[in-house]
Design a protein around this ligand. Structure first.
Ligand SMILES: [Fe+2]
Ligand SMILES: [Fe+2]
Length: 294
């Protein structure tokens, strides 16, 4: 039997793993133990502010990142897969943190489904990372060989107080962005003759539709407990908590398959410049969990 008091303790242990292969293994074990009913629902453990990370890759701010090299070159290919591997590595921690941190904030009847969904996501991300790391090794490299983007965990820091903000930004902006850009990357990888790489990206794309769908489903269900409109609240949370831009073109069919209708993101791009102040005013101020609890 697992040695953990409840699911949160097992999730915390996975988050704290520093070694990438250990994190993959422990994360998959937590997801399996939960699925098999071996971990009680409970939130006795708190989640760390920063997850465990290996000493390498060195994390650099976007401006410090070296150029990737020409797209078709060996160096460019390795840089692409290394960057994708880093995104998947951080995605493991984002999904674990979602389940372990915010499961506690939900009523018990919703918490079980929430934990099940996001532990399934964490297990997918662990597989995505492992597939990419293996591909990097085939290319003569490995995860940690190059520097990586330091900013990916900032979305977690920015939204650690509010489940709705976290759902709005992580699955519904960042993972949805993956649906927009992955088909183009896949076509380039396939065009370069890398069939194995193309198969990995196809698998990731298929799984990510489900990840976005889980995000949209829980976001909508939680907002329905309040009197707010899901699409309007999403826009105001994104304006407050997401510092980047929502960039078209959007993959409308994949987004729709994930439950993200155009109500959510249509108009956001052009509203962005003058909309931030307005959105801040209408976002209702602080912590949406307060609204959910009352
Ligand atoms: Fe992924
Ligand atoms: Fe994902």
């Amino acid at each position: 039997m697992p040695a953990h008091a409840d699911v949160s303790a097992a999730i915390r242990a996975a988050l704290l793993q520093r070694d990438p292969r250990a994190k993959v293994m422990v994360t998959r074990n937590v997801a399996r133990d939960w699925r098999l009913g071996r971990l009680p629902l409970g939130f006795s453990a708190t989640m760390p502010d920063e997850p465990g990370r290996p000493a390498r890759p060195e994390l650099l701010s976007p401006g410090q990142m070296p150029k990737r090299g020409k797209a078709g070159s060996e160096r460019g290919r390795i840089a692409l897969w290394h960057a994708l591997g880093h995104i998947e590595f951080v995605a493991i921690d984002l999904a674990l943190d979602m389940a372990g941190r915010f499961g506690a904030a939900l009523p018990p009847e919703s918490a079980r489904e929430f934990v099940s969904d996001f532990l399934a996501v964490a297990a997918d991300e662990a597989i995505h990372f492992a597939l990419i790391d293996r591909h990097l090794r085939r290319l003569g490299s490995f995860y940690g060989a190059l520097p990586a983007h330091a900013g990916l965990w900032s979305a977690a820091r920015e939204t650690s107080h509010d489940v709705l903000a976290r759902l709005a930004v992580v699955p519904m902006v960042l993972e949805a962005r993956g649906l927009d850009v992955t088909p183009g990357t896949l076509a380039r990888v396939r065009g370069a003759g890398d069939q194995r790489g193309a198969a990995i990206l196809q698998r990731i794309l298929d799984d990510e539709i489900r990840h976005v769908r889980f995000g949209a489903k829980h976001f909508t269900a939680l907002v329905e407990r309040t009197s707010e409109d899901p699409a309007e609240l999403w826009k105001s949370l994104v304006a407050r908590h997401f510092r980047g831009m929502l960039k078209p073109p959007f993959n409308d069919s994949a987004r729709l398959a994930a439950g993200l209708s155009r109500d959510f993101y249509a108009g956001v791009v052009c509203e962005k410049t003058h909309g931030i102040t307005h959105a801040r005013e209408t976002a209702g101020g602080s912590d949406h969990l307060q609204t959910l609890r009352t």
